[in-house]
Design a protein around this ligand. Structure first.
Ligand code: SF4
Length: 360
């Protein structure tokens, strides 16, 4: 991590560019804290172009904080219709009511008090404080983290909540005390139109000469964002039933969801509660009489994006002939080959072939 050395020059380069180039957005024509608050809430997870008409209609319908506080929730939600994340609208109205009841209708102008309002997190607090009140406070969201990760070559993972502090401190170190409103908006604007997630436009960047990532040529590798996907782990027991004709029972998966419409051997998900009784349960379900003990095959794993299967296959010889039923077919080896099957089933078939289980 490198700090920005020429801070005043950096501020000047950034602010001059912003003055010249910034987009003309409705919430940039006001310093009314209520309007800034509405715009910042609407802009969370939503594109600027989408927000503009919603913002204008909302402000027209509820021109003051008091009007929003006194409105019916249904009317507020109606104006939010299509923007999504409706809890934002409810929180905004609750926050407006808090301001009316607890702060005499004046949006607080310090971080401690404004943060007590419903739905006002560190970013919204900083945005309202700096833009509406000119308080030099950080307003760090994903865009700002991206810009600063490049400017200062910060390699901390921006997906980790605890690392946000690093970026907040980085902003506080260089924020303009003369014009924090334009400074924060300029950083946001830079992230939106120049220092974009992919292919940042470094040649057009007003602060290129201050940028550590550009100097090292690593801007494309920043920010570091490690995806955290929670992987569900499931133990799966497929049963390969083989009848006296050498045919096997297969079933087709449902039309929607994971591996939809593909064919597989019937399987059960094991839990510690059903494990002991599982074999008998499955045999009863399919009405099969078993010849000898089930043979346990080599376990293996299969990983989906959010799911990891631990697969413990069993081969079961049955007396007589298997019977097809809804979604289930009894097939010979040649037919089995033709059915579309997912990778974990193909891997099991490989094992069956190695063990010369099929009479072809
Ligand atoms: S020089 Fe490139 S990477 Fe650095 S801040 Fe500007 S656009 Fe972003």
């Amino acid at each position: 991590m490198q700090t920005i050395q020429k801070k005043e020059q950096f501020q000047q380069d950034l602010l001059r560019w912003y003055e010249r180039e910034h987009r003309d957005l409705p919430w940039r024509k006001t310093s009314n804290p209520y309007y800034i608050w509405v715009s910042e809430v609407m802009l969370q997870q939503t594109r600027v172009d989408t927000v503009i008409p919603y913002y204008e209609r909302f402000i027209e319908a509820f021109p003051t904080l008091e009007a929003l506080a006194a409105a019916e929730e249904q009317d507020v939600l109606k104006l939010w219709e299509g923007l999504g994340y409706y809890s934002r609208a409810r929180n905004l109205q609750t926050g407006a009511r808090q301001v009316v009841e607890q702060f005499n209708g004046v949006v607080p102008n310090d971080r401690a008090r404004i943060s007590t309002l419903r739905g006002v997190g560190p970013y919204t607090a900083g945005a309202v404080l700096s833009i509406a009140y000119g308080v030099p406070e950080h307003a760090v969201d994903g865009n700002v983290m991206r810009v600063f990760s490049r400017l200062q070559r910060i390699e901390a993972d921006i997906a980790k909540a605890k690392n946000k502090k690093i970026f907040e401190e980085a902003v506080m170190d260089v924020i303009s005390h003369e014009d924090p409103s334009s400074f924060n908006q300029a950083i946001m604007e830079l992230g939106a139109i120049v220092c974009t997630p992919k292919n940042p436009h470094c040649l057009l960047c007003p602060v290129q000469s201050h940028c550590a990532a550009h100097e090292a040529g690593v801007q494309e590798q920043l920010p570091v964002k490690v995806k955290k996907t929670k992987v569900k782990r499931v133990t799966v027991i497929p049963y390969v039933f083989i009848d006296e004709a050498g045919h096997v029972l297969v079933r087709q998966r449902p039309e929607t969801g994971l591996l939809s419409n593909l064919w597989e051997f019937p399987y059960e998900e094991a839990t510690k509660d059903n494990l002991d009784a599982m074999d008998q349960l499955v045999f009863d379900r399919y009405g099969v009489e078993v010849e000898g003990e089930p043979i346990e095959y080599e376990p293996y794993e299969h990983v989906f994006s959010h799911l990891r299967w631990f697969i413990y296959p069993k081969v079961v010889r049955v007396k007589g002939m298997l019977v097809p039923s809804e979604n289930h077919q009894v097939v010979d080896y040649a037919t089995l080959q033709q059915l579309p099957k997912p990778v974990p089933v193909l891997r099991l078939i490989e094992q069956l072939e190695t063990n010369e289980l099929f009479s072809t």
